[in-house]
Design a protein around this ligand. Structure first.
Ligand code: TXA
Ligand code: MG
Length: 349
């Protein structure tokens, strides 16, 4: 067990000494959890193979699942990417800092331990002042997967991080709750400069298309068949402790379907929890209920999704009845996570 120092940082100037300490821990091969605008990340020196390997141990992560390298600005891309195509440059200019991870051919100095043996490297520059100040203090690209134990929902608050990571890392930087709540969008630009979404996230398809024209979506995400291009997308992920059914439709249709399922589970003597919008929640008992936002507010739903899934760690039930959303805009990222959390048990009305 490591001793984990937990520090709350709100002002990057006032708390400079703590950020410098965090940077030293990284350069010395240690692990620091840091806030971003999407979810919390667990950081190690991305150019140090041993430090990268210790992330896999701390998370219990399969070693073929590559890490994202987190950098403080666009200039840092030149230090680790072998080349930047014109389209990749357009994406950098339009979306960085922000929730877009871009896959580049890697330079030799990026270790196999960071890329899972791939000849590409995923790079991301978070739109978060505390995070970028920390990255500047570290002075090296920071390998930074989400700070959850492998297979669990990603943490969006420092308390959720501490639940999984206390005793496994040297420091946790508490920067308050994450603003977006689901992970970054991951894109690849191939040799023809075609942009493909490997993981939907905070930057939507429409936002990307406004900058680069047509965008593809990795077919395995659309069909559920074949091997995903982002290795991490093949694992059952984001899963709460109970089984879950997700129902999508209008407030009245979802309410009717959930009432029917609720009665069915109760007749079988099973306990039921709800992860639903405020509009649907008012029709059901409030015990074991997590209201995760309003029916038409996708930003709000994305923000509360993982906290909602984690709520059922403390409120144990046999089955969760959840309300989903349509797959437009940010809904694509939300529903990608919910499909996995419900093991594909989705009802579209
Ligand atoms: O918002 C985020 O991206 C968060 C915050 C902490 O920055 N990070 C994050 O990292 O979600 P992680 O490790 O939980 O997810 C990274 C995903 C995995 O599915 C991994 O397989 C994929 O990125 N990935 C990493 N490098 C890749 C590469 N070279 N090619 C294809 N996929 C890659
Ligand atoms: Mg993750």
């Amino acid at each position: 067990m490591k001793h984990t120092k937990i520090v709350r940082i709100t002002d990057v100037e006032k708390d400079k000494a703590l950020l410098e300490e965090a940077g030293r821990i990284i350069r010395d091969g240690g692990l620091v959890v840091f806030p971003t605008e999407t979810v919390y990340g667990i950081g190690a020196n991305g150019l140090d193979a041993d430090a990268c390997r210790s992330i896999y141990t701390a998370k219990g992560r399969p070693s073929d699942n590559p890490l994202i390298l987190t950098v403080p600005d666009k200039e840092a891309v030149k230090e680790v990417a072998a080349c930047i195509t014109p389209t990749a440059q357009k994406l950098l200019d339009a979306f960085w800092p922000g929730p877009l991870t871009i896959i580049f051919p890697r330079q030799k100095k990026v270790p196999n331990a960071a890329t899972g043996g791939l000849d590409t490297v995923a790079l991301r520059c978070p739109d978060h002042a505390v995070c970028r100040a920390f990255l500047r203090c570290a002075g090296v690209p920071v390998a930074g997967p989400s700070a959850n134990l492998s297979g669990r929902p990603s943490p969006t608050t420092a308390a959720e991080v501490a639940h999984d990571m206390e005793g496994r890392v040297d420091m946790i930087i508490d920067g308050g709750p994450c603003e977006i709540g689901v992970e970054s969008t991951i894109v690849e630009c191939n040799a023809d400069d075609m942009v493909t979404i490997l993981r939907p996230g905070g930057v939507t398809t429409a936002m990307l298309e406004r900058v680069v024209g047509h965008v593809q979506v990795d077919t395995s995400l659309v069909t559920g068949q074949g091997v995903p291009k982002a290795p991490g997308m093949k694992y059952r992920h984001y899963a709460p402790s109970a089984s879950m059914t997700t129902v999508i439709g209008s407030v009245s249709a979802v309410t009717a379907k959930l009432s029917q399922l609720y009665e069915q589970y109760r007749r079988e003597g099973l306990s039921v929890g709800f992860l639903v919008s405020a509009e649907v929640a008012s029709h059901f008992p409030q015990e074991n209920m997590y209201v995760w936002g309003h029916h038409d507010d996708k930003e709000g739903l994305a923000n509360q999704l993982y906290t909602g899934l984690l709520f059922f760690d403390d409120h144990r039930v046999d089955h969760i009845l959840a309300e989903g959303t349509d797959s437009e805009g940010l809904g694509m990222a939300i529903m990608n996570r919910m499909k996995k959390a419900s093991g594909g048990d989705i009802v579209i009305l």
